[in-house]
Design a protein around this ligand. Sequence first.
Ligand code: B16
Ligand code: MG
Length: 220
Amino acid sequence: MIRCCIFDLDGVVVDTARFHFEAWASLALDLGFRLTAQAAEATKGVGRMESLDIVLRAGGLEGRFSPEEKQRLADEKNARYLAFAAHMTPADVLPGVGAFLEELRHCGVKRALGSASKNAGAILDRCDLRRRFDAVVDGTQVSKAKPDPEVFLKGAEALGMNPAVCVVFEDAAAGIEAAARAGMRSVGVGAGAPLGRASMRIASFEGFTFEKLCREIDDI
Ligand code: B16
Ligand code: MG
Protein backbone atom coordinates (compact mmCIF):
# COMPACT_ATOMS: atom_id res chain seq x y z
CA MET A 1 0.00 0.00 0.00
CA ILE A 2 1.42 3.39 -1.02
CA ARG A 3 -0.11 6.28 0.92
CA CYS A 4 2.57 8.95 0.68
CA CYS A 5 5.06 10.10 -1.96
CA ILE A 6 8.07 12.17 -0.86
CA PHE A 7 9.86 14.19 -3.52
CA ASP A 8 13.38 15.46 -3.61
CA LEU A 9 13.42 18.94 -5.21
CA ASP A 10 16.61 19.56 -7.18
CA GLY A 11 16.79 17.26 -10.19
CA VAL A 12 13.39 15.64 -9.53
CA VAL A 13 10.73 18.36 -9.43
CA VAL A 14 12.77 21.14 -11.04
CA ASP A 15 15.98 21.13 -13.05
CA THR A 16 18.04 23.14 -10.55
CA ALA A 17 20.72 20.44 -10.30
CA ARG A 18 22.46 22.06 -13.30
CA PHE A 19 22.48 25.45 -11.50
CA HIS A 20 24.17 23.85 -8.47
CA PHE A 21 26.72 22.23 -10.81
CA GLU A 22 27.42 25.45 -12.69
CA ALA A 23 27.83 27.43 -9.47
CA TRP A 24 30.27 24.86 -8.02
CA ALA A 25 32.14 24.58 -11.34
CA SER A 26 32.67 28.35 -11.59
CA LEU A 27 33.84 28.49 -7.96
CA ALA A 28 36.29 25.67 -8.68
CA LEU A 29 37.65 27.58 -11.71
CA ASP A 30 38.21 30.62 -9.48
CA LEU A 31 40.15 28.33 -7.13
CA GLY A 32 42.29 27.16 -10.06
CA PHE A 33 40.91 23.79 -11.13
CA ARG A 34 38.25 22.23 -13.34
CA LEU A 35 35.54 20.31 -11.46
CA THR A 36 35.17 16.77 -12.82
CA ALA A 37 31.72 15.39 -13.69
CA GLN A 38 32.29 12.70 -11.06
CA ALA A 39 32.94 15.23 -8.26
CA ALA A 40 29.94 17.31 -9.40
CA GLU A 41 27.75 14.18 -9.29
CA ALA A 42 28.91 13.47 -5.73
CA THR A 43 27.52 16.86 -4.56
CA LYS A 44 24.00 15.89 -5.67
CA GLY A 45 21.54 15.79 -2.81
CA VAL A 46 24.29 16.58 -0.31
CA GLY A 47 24.12 19.71 1.90
CA ARG A 48 25.97 22.93 1.06
CA MET A 49 28.96 22.63 3.43
CA GLU A 50 29.35 18.90 2.74
CA SER A 51 29.31 19.72 -0.99
CA LEU A 52 32.02 22.35 -0.47
CA ASP A 53 34.21 19.69 1.19
CA ILE A 54 33.69 17.40 -1.83
CA VAL A 55 34.63 20.22 -4.22
CA LEU A 56 37.73 21.24 -2.24
CA ARG A 57 38.84 17.60 -2.02
CA ALA A 58 38.42 17.25 -5.81
CA GLY A 59 40.82 20.18 -6.25
CA GLY A 60 43.32 18.84 -3.70
CA LEU A 61 42.52 21.83 -1.48
CA GLU A 62 41.17 20.12 1.63
CA GLY A 63 42.48 21.63 4.85
CA ARG A 64 43.63 24.81 3.06
CA PHE A 65 40.85 27.12 4.28
CA SER A 66 39.77 28.31 7.72
CA PRO A 67 36.13 27.82 8.78
CA GLU A 68 35.51 31.54 8.05
CA GLU A 69 37.01 31.25 4.55
CA LYS A 70 34.96 28.12 3.88
CA GLN A 71 31.82 29.95 4.93
CA ARG A 72 32.71 32.74 2.51
CA LEU A 73 33.22 30.23 -0.32
CA ALA A 74 29.88 28.56 0.44
CA ASP A 75 28.16 31.98 0.51
CA GLU A 76 29.72 32.84 -2.85
CA LYS A 77 28.55 29.55 -4.38
CA ASN A 78 25.06 30.19 -3.04
CA ALA A 79 24.99 33.72 -4.49
CA ARG A 80 25.90 32.29 -7.92
CA TYR A 81 23.28 29.56 -7.58
CA LEU A 82 20.59 32.11 -6.65
CA ALA A 83 21.54 34.30 -9.62
CA PHE A 84 20.77 31.33 -11.93
CA ALA A 85 17.60 30.39 -10.03
CA ALA A 86 16.27 33.98 -9.98
CA HIS A 87 14.88 33.56 -13.48
CA MET A 88 12.86 30.42 -12.73
CA THR A 89 9.11 30.36 -13.38
CA PRO A 90 6.40 27.64 -13.22
CA ALA A 91 7.53 26.69 -16.76
CA ASP A 92 10.70 25.25 -15.18
CA VAL A 93 8.84 22.47 -13.38
CA LEU A 94 10.04 19.24 -15.03
CA PRO A 95 7.73 17.56 -17.59
CA GLY A 96 4.98 15.36 -16.14
CA VAL A 97 5.56 16.42 -12.51
CA GLY A 98 2.45 18.63 -12.29
CA ALA A 99 0.16 15.94 -13.71
CA PHE A 100 1.63 13.26 -11.40
CA LEU A 101 1.19 15.47 -8.30
CA GLU A 102 -2.40 16.16 -9.34
CA GLU A 103 -3.10 12.46 -9.86
CA LEU A 104 -1.78 11.72 -6.37
CA ARG A 105 -4.09 14.34 -4.89
CA HIS A 106 -7.00 12.80 -6.80
CA CYS A 107 -6.10 9.33 -5.45
CA GLY A 108 -5.84 10.62 -1.86
CA VAL A 109 -2.08 9.97 -1.69
CA LYS A 110 -0.18 12.49 0.47
CA ARG A 111 2.64 14.50 -1.13
CA ALA A 112 5.69 15.74 0.77
CA LEU A 113 8.84 17.55 -0.28
CA GLY A 114 12.11 16.31 1.24
CA SER A 115 15.00 18.47 0.08
CA ALA A 116 18.49 19.13 1.43
CA SER A 117 18.33 22.65 0.01
CA LYS A 118 18.01 25.70 2.23
CA ASN A 119 16.67 27.47 -0.88
CA ALA A 120 13.82 25.00 -1.43
CA GLY A 121 11.11 27.35 -0.11
CA ALA A 122 12.14 30.15 -2.46
CA ILE A 123 12.22 27.79 -5.45
CA LEU A 124 8.78 26.37 -4.59
CA ASP A 125 7.38 29.90 -4.46
CA ARG A 126 9.00 30.96 -7.74
CA CYS A 127 7.53 27.89 -9.45
CA ASP A 128 4.13 28.17 -7.72
CA LEU A 129 4.56 24.67 -6.27
CA ARG A 130 4.04 25.13 -2.53
CA ARG A 131 0.29 24.52 -2.69
CA ARG A 132 0.98 21.17 -4.40
CA PHE A 133 2.57 19.65 -1.27
CA ASP A 134 0.90 18.59 1.97
CA ALA A 135 4.20 18.97 3.86
CA VAL A 136 7.54 20.60 3.07
CA VAL A 137 10.79 19.63 4.81
CA ASP A 138 13.91 21.41 3.60
CA GLY A 139 17.53 22.11 4.53
CA THR A 140 16.49 24.72 7.11
CA GLN A 141 14.71 22.04 9.17
CA VAL A 142 17.22 19.20 9.26
CA SER A 143 20.54 18.85 11.01
CA LYS A 144 21.84 15.75 9.23
CA ALA A 145 22.49 15.67 5.48
CA LYS A 146 21.44 12.80 3.18
CA PRO A 147 22.32 9.88 3.21
CA ASP A 148 21.01 10.35 6.76
CA PRO A 149 17.27 9.59 6.62
CA GLU A 150 16.24 12.59 8.77
CA VAL A 151 14.67 14.68 5.98
CA PHE A 152 12.42 11.84 4.77
CA LEU A 153 11.48 10.65 8.27
CA LYS A 154 10.44 14.22 9.15
CA GLY A 155 8.32 14.39 5.98
CA ALA A 156 6.52 11.14 6.88
CA GLU A 157 6.11 12.24 10.49
CA ALA A 158 4.59 15.59 9.46
CA LEU A 159 1.86 13.65 7.63
CA GLY A 160 1.44 10.93 10.25
CA MET A 161 2.67 8.27 7.81
CA ASN A 162 4.56 5.07 8.56
CA PRO A 163 7.77 4.81 6.46
CA ALA A 164 6.54 1.49 5.06
CA VAL A 165 3.75 3.26 3.12
CA CYS A 166 6.05 6.00 1.77
CA VAL A 167 7.86 6.10 -1.58
CA VAL A 168 10.74 8.54 -2.16
CA PHE A 169 11.53 10.05 -5.57
CA GLU A 170 15.24 10.90 -5.86
CA ASP A 171 17.90 11.70 -8.46
CA ALA A 172 20.93 11.25 -6.20
CA ALA A 173 22.69 8.22 -4.76
CA ALA A 174 22.80 9.92 -1.33
CA GLY A 175 19.01 10.34 -1.42
CA ILE A 176 18.31 6.75 -2.47
CA GLU A 177 20.51 5.59 0.41
CA ALA A 178 18.65 7.96 2.78
CA ALA A 179 15.31 6.45 1.69
CA ALA A 180 16.59 2.92 2.30
CA ARG A 181 17.82 3.92 5.77
CA ALA A 182 14.39 5.45 6.47
CA GLY A 183 12.77 2.10 5.63
CA MET A 184 11.11 3.57 2.53
CA ARG A 185 10.95 2.35 -1.05
CA SER A 186 12.39 4.65 -3.70
CA VAL A 187 12.19 5.59 -7.34
CA GLY A 188 15.40 6.76 -9.06
CA VAL A 189 14.60 9.67 -11.39
CA GLY A 190 16.62 10.67 -14.47
CA ALA A 191 19.29 9.14 -16.60
CA GLY A 192 22.22 10.15 -14.38
CA ALA A 193 24.45 8.04 -12.16
CA PRO A 194 23.59 4.45 -11.22
CA LEU A 195 21.15 4.44 -8.29
CA GLY A 196 21.65 0.82 -7.25
CA ARG A 197 19.35 0.63 -4.24
CA ALA A 198 16.35 2.26 -5.95
CA SER A 199 13.25 0.04 -6.06
CA MET A 200 12.64 1.18 -9.65
CA ARG A 201 13.94 3.75 -12.12
CA ILE A 202 12.18 6.24 -14.41
CA ALA A 203 13.77 8.56 -16.99
CA SER A 204 11.24 11.31 -16.21
CA PHE A 205 7.67 11.80 -14.99
CA GLU A 206 6.37 12.13 -18.54
CA GLY A 207 3.72 9.44 -18.99
CA PHE A 208 4.33 8.11 -15.46
CA THR A 209 1.22 7.38 -13.41
CA PHE A 210 0.33 6.28 -9.89
CA GLU A 211 -1.05 3.09 -11.40
CA LYS A 212 2.34 2.32 -12.97
CA LEU A 213 4.05 3.02 -9.64
CA CYS A 214 1.73 0.62 -7.78
CA ARG A 215 2.12 -2.03 -10.46
CA GLU A 216 5.93 -1.87 -10.34
CA ILE A 217 6.67 -1.68 -6.64
CA ASP A 218 3.62 -2.15 -4.48
CA ASP A 219 4.03 -5.89 -4.07
CA ILE A 220 7.80 -5.89 -3.42
P1 B16 B 1 21.48 24.65 -0.87
P2 B16 B 1 17.89 18.27 -3.11
C1 B16 B 1 20.22 19.52 -2.73
O1 B16 B 1 18.86 19.57 -3.00
C2 B16 B 1 21.03 19.58 -4.02
O2 B16 B 1 20.85 18.40 -4.78
C3 B16 B 1 22.50 19.72 -3.70
O3 B16 B 1 23.24 19.85 -4.90
C4 B16 B 1 22.70 20.96 -2.81
O4 B16 B 1 24.07 21.07 -2.44
C5 B16 B 1 21.83 20.83 -1.57
O5 B16 B 1 20.47 20.68 -1.95
C6 B16 B 1 21.94 22.04 -0.68
O6 B16 B 1 21.36 23.11 -1.35
O7 B16 B 1 22.90 25.06 -1.07
O8 B16 B 1 20.50 25.33 -1.80
O9 B16 B 1 21.04 24.68 0.55
O10 B16 B 1 18.40 17.48 -4.28
O11 B16 B 1 18.00 17.56 -1.77
O12 B16 B 1 16.54 18.88 -3.34
MG1 MG C 1 18.23 16.03 -5.97
